[in-house]
Design a binder for this molecule. Sequence first.
Ligand SMILES: Nc1ncnc2c1ncn2[C@@H]1O[C@H](COP(=O)(O)OP(=O)(O)O)[C@@H](O)[C@H]1O
Ligand SMILES: [Mg+2]
Length: 291
Amino acid sequence: MAVFLAVANRKGGVGKSTTSVMLAHALSVWGNKRVLLMDLDSQCNASLILLGGQGWNEARKAYKTIADYLFDMFDESAQPARDYLEHAAGDVADDNGKPPVLSLLPGSLLLEDVQGELFVKEARQSRDPDVVANRVKNRLEKLLRRFEMDFDVIILDCPPGLSFAALSALKIADKVLVPFRPDFVSRLAVDRVAMIIENQIHINGLEEIPIEKRRYTCLANYVRKGNGRERLLIEEIELFHPLMETQMPHLDGIANAFDWEPTRKTIGDKYGDATEHLHRLYTEISPILST
Ligand SMILES: Nc1ncnc2c1ncn2[C@@H]1O[C@H](COP(=O)(O)OP(=O)(O)O)[C@@H](O)[C@H]1O
Ligand SMILES: [Mg+2]
């Protein structure tokens, strides 16, 4: 059965999609795991990185996106109309030059619209909005879990907003990785996502949960060496939240890896100077994922 790793933060542009994809590559190639990445963000960056623009367009035209999957399968009795997953995704190869077992449920620009439609559909059964919302979330949780027998790790690349799909993803996640940029708003954004993950309405409630018992851990991203102000911001996060020892520096190797290329390459060739940092992140997160 798969372990679910959500990658989430209430803020955009902090490296959620980049981290999701880098870990998908690392776990499938170095860890020899069967990895599925689900793109829950209607910005679809993870899909663009793993399929390229053309590949993602083809997936959309073939109705192979998360929006199609959730819409088609929402009724309990529904049967899948097709294989919604893109297999052998990404542009890295293993040591034998072969594609790793890395599949993608492609993202969709229409994911929010579809969730609205599902809400309306469910609202025909009940007039209580809370009941309706809970039913939609429960159904989405089941649908997100549906692939768990076929993979070892399922990475959920979450949007910054609180869509039903995002809330369902955070609910089913065994572990949540929260990348953040060490800037002034990071503390607030991390607090907010942590409260949702730990199911707390007030920050006091969160603080009562011992740090080692939390279901999430934070990852400092875009870290610049020797920047004292950033170091203080990271230390402040660490006072209130679990923090990965690994920090991801601000590197061209990471920014450039955002682009998909038609020829497969080794992880080292794809990530260049970022490879050693990715390896550290992979080594630190692997034991967390096997518990
Ligand atoms: N450590 C890093 N160093 C350099 N660029 C980065 C780093 N992490 C992310 N980026 C770049 O920042 C942008 C936003 O990252 P992305 O993963 O899309 O954020 P999010 O999913 O949180 O919105 C992308 O262009 C990505 O290439
Ligand atoms: Mg993203």
